[in-house]
Design a protein around this ligand. Sequence first.
Ligand code: NAD
Ligand code: SER
Length: 312
Amino acid sequence: MAKEKILVIGASGQIGVELTLALRKIYGNANVVASDLREENELLKGSGPYVSLDVMNKEMLHVQVIRQNITQIYLLAAILSATGEKNPGLAWHLNMQGLLNVLDIAREEKLNKVYWPSSIAVFGPTSPKKNCPQQTIIEPITVYGISKYAGEFWCNYFHQRYGVDVRSIRYPGLISYKSAPGGGTTDYAIEIFHEALEHKHYKCFLKEDTYLPMMYMPDAISATIRLMEAPAEKISVRTSYNVSAISFSPKEIAAEIKKHIPDFTINYSPDYRQAIADSWPQSIDDSVARNDWGWKHEYDLSAMSADMLQNL
Ligand code: NAD
Ligand code: SER
């Protein structure tokens, strides 16, 4: 493998911690520089280099890329769907300008690769609800979804016009136990495990029959690494790939938890996040990713729930 030096931006977040640790296993601890606006996550401490960095400060980012001889950037800093609706201007600014800063530096410094995640939030109420295809009507209603859809086209633009090898996945809701989620609509599927273990009860902010596409974090990490390691000629989508694993509702995940904690109870008190969830598809068709670079998932609802409860 060619010598790579990777910068992970947003490394202290829900995905960043686990992705940084996984990349360090592959490329060596010293070759994966973690960075974030907030302090280094406890799980990263002692496992490799860390720099404090604001992706909005393009000059400082550029200096770090040159100083550390960076060859690849994984950009994870963003404001997610639920938090984004509270401050749309800030979400747009960070999600767009952060990406443009990285793409510009990647072009100028001729970086080998860039990774930037999109989301199922690009889809809106006019997209198909079931098995939503790679290419379809896309009319997002959240500022987060709008920023992700625009970002996908910036990635495609930088690839077509400047040859930047930028790759992307539309993650579904990600479920994990190592680091806390950052303010998404799918966060209920993480909170429910914590509350089940601590209080044997969960008050859910979505209705019981709200189906959403979800994925366990080990599958998300595996998809990301598989995509980034695929030969460039296998990448037919330069906007962002649909990937999927599981689709379930709050009622179904509660029933699964009850198998392990029989006296667990749940009630439903939908809030503003219900409208966001209702605008997204219930399940995703990811056949293009499966055909192009051999994506396949491992965890279903029952395997994921058992693993979450065992590890929390
Ligand atoms: P997160 O909120 O947990 O982590 C984001 C990290 O970025 C945080 O540690 C934050 O401190 C950092 N950050 C924020 N502003 C920054 C700045 N200006 N400079 C540097 N760092 C900054 O988010 P996450 O869940 O890990 O998501 C990572 C990426 O994956 C995002 O682009 C998100 O949209 C996407 N995504 C996540 C999910 C999911 O379910 N978690 C689903 C779809 C897409
Ligand atoms: N999990 C994310 C969210 O709910 C989807 O991008 O915002």
